[in-house]
Design a binder for this molecule. Structure first.
Ligand SMILES: Nc1ncnc2c1ncn2[C@@H]1O[C@H](COP(=O)(O)OP(=O)(O)OP(=O)(O)O)[C@@H](O)[C@H]1O
Ligand SMILES: [Mg+2]
Length: 238
């Protein structure tokens, strides 16, 4: 069975790519070889008719992967939209076979593959297939990335509880400061409250970083993420 995690979030822009990279670094420190993947990316840069996926490229660089970018992001859209409307506008269907093959290749090569989802769980990929269906097909436990601010309790529990109700494994939650801290009462109380009332553990609260270069993400991951929560998924069949 392929080992890895499927990184989802309560929303777009919540910090899935940043946490995907943080987890790639942290799992690497546990002694595993780690690859990353962002199977579908929309809002890609159009460079002389070649679509460049910013998330896929960041993941590829962070994980020091030698694969071509289409192995990491097989499916790219120009439109900054969910895959369903993007594929309708661009007249390009999602190539699931390419995605399956790329994931199978990465799973053979790396001990662990960290896969970044697209938006949140109910983002439509086709008319009757959403991100949650893709997570189920990858058969990887989920990590839910969420914000620390007011409103996050509802969004986080909706995501976590829906995934569990649909029969998916949810390894835990990462609370990510995608914006600089406001030091609000909500920010100060949410991590403890989520830890208390969520059915899955909080893996950590990831700080707002001034830059993403060099060792900053790796250092923050080491200091804030409790990798024993995720480690058990890598060493046992759960
Ligand atoms: N911990 C952090 N520190 C500083 N900036 C952050 C942090 N987390 C996220 N950001 C910034 O917030 C923005 C959104 O983050 P990111 O791209 O990781 O979100 P996402 O959930 O992957 O979005 P998408 O749904 O588009 O894939 C980026 O500009 C990123 O650099
Ligand atoms: Mg992203």
């Amino acid at each position: 069975m392929a080992k890895g995690f499927f990184i989802t979030g309560t929303d777009t822009d919540v910090g899935k790519t940043v946490i995907t990279v943080a987890l790639i670094k942290a799992i690497g420190r546990l002694g595993f070889s780690v690859g990353g993947m962002k199977p579908i990316e929309s809002g890609c840069l159009d460079e002389s008719a070649i679509l460049l996926p910013a998330d896929g490229m960041f993941i590829r660089t962070a994980a020091h992967m030698e694969e071509g970018i289409r192995h990491i992001t097989p499916c790219c859209f120009r439109s900054p939209l969910a895959p369903l409307p993007a594929s309708e506008i661009e007249g390009a269907p999602v190539d699931f076979e390419k995605i399956r093959k790329a994931f199978a290749d990465l799973s053979r090569k790396y001990d662990v593959v960290v896969v970044e989802g697209i938006g949140g769980l109910l983002v439509p990929i086709t008319k009757d297939y959403s991100v949650i269906d893709m997570a189920r097909d990858f058969d990887l436990p989920l990590v839910v990335v969420t914000k620390p601010t007011l409103g996050t309790i509802n969004h986080t529990l909706l995501t976590v509880n829906y995934a569990i109700k649909e029969g998916l494994r949810v390894a835990g939650i990462v609370i990510n400061y995608n914006q600089p801290p406001e030091n609000s009462l909500a920010e100060r109380t949410n991590p403890e409250l989520l830890g208390r009332i969520s059915p899955v553990p909080v893996i950590g609260t990831f700080p707002h970083l001034k830059d993403m270069e060099g060792p900053t993400i790796e250092k923050a991951a080491e200091e804030t993420l409790d990798m024993s929560i995720l480690g058990q998924y890598l060493t046992k069949d759960i």
